[in-house]
Design a protein around this ligand. Sequence first.
Ligand code: FES
Length: 154
Amino acid sequence: MKKIDRRKFFKGLVYSLVSLEFAYVFFRLLKLDKTALDETNYYEAGDISFFEKGRVYPFSSARFFLYCLDDGGFIAVSSRCTHLGCIIQFNADHDRFECPCHASAFEKSGEVIMSPATRALDYYPIAFKGDKVLVDNSRPCRRSKFDQSQVMYV
Ligand code: FES
């Protein structure tokens, strides 16, 4: 019977432990934390405290409007009209969104007020990180009408 060299045995043991440690760290890095916020697609709209209740803020380059509701909730609505895709504008005098192409109008929540559009403006997921409002403008959420579940609260 072959004798196991004591030195080789401990060397092999150390290599095995180091390999296990690396494997553990590797798989921990691969594991996705479902509770973590993937910020890669989020647009940083600004500090929560900056936004006044009842006001609409345009983010033209990111193609959305951020509406801070009277109750402090936030909804981010797409600037693309649901009729044929023209870019809507916020008309402060009428306190609503209006489409320059065929005159559809939308409430600040995105709900249709006037046709030819028949469904509410798409909205985008919102997240809060620290004191920042983040909007994922890569994932428009299609909806037929506004409902309170689409509003996000800090
Ligand atoms: S594209 Fe907006 S009303 Fe037609």
